[in-house]
Design a protein around this ligand. Structure first.
Ligand SMILES: [Zn+2]
Length: 132
């Protein structure tokens, strides 16, 4: 997925603001390129897991519709662990296999690590994030 450097910075900024809890949000896309970043509340308000708040999810999906965007990815942060899906993330993705999952690790505060994954049928595959 193509994404702008600004969006990656914005995800890292959101992760820092929400710490120690995980942040989450959604990325709208057109033709394989990320076009908008939408912050959401983490309904779990937890340092260990996230659930995109259902009200935010509804509102964001409407906005994407208005902008002619698809749901390209769901993002969240890991504040202490690497940017790799946890078993909890894999379980959560089971009900929603289409979007990519972007994870921002701020375990190293100086060097946020943002990676994208396809999570389908319990399998995890890293997908290149093409930052421009
Ligand atoms: Zn996670």
């Amino acid at each position: 997925m193509r994404i702008t450097r600004e969006m990656l910075d914005e995800i890292a900024a959101h992760a820092r603001e929400e710490a120690p809890n995980e942040c989450c949000g959604m990325i709208g896309a057109r033709d394989g390129a990320a076009t908008s970043l939408y912050r959401a509340r983490n309904a779990e308000a937890s340092p260990l897991r996230y659930v995109v708040h259902p009200q935010d999810q509804f509102r964001i999906m409407e906005r994407m519709d208005e902008h002619g965007e698809q749901l390209g990815a769901i993002y969240h942060s890991h504040t202490k662990s690497p940017a790799y899906p946890s078993q909890t993330d894999i379980n959560l993705a089971e009900g929603w296999p289409d979007p990519l999952y972007v994870i921002c690790s701020i375990a190293d505060a100086e060097a946020p690590d943002v990676r994208a994954f396809a999570i389908r049928e319990g399998g995890v595959e890293e997908v290149a994030l093409d930052a421009a």
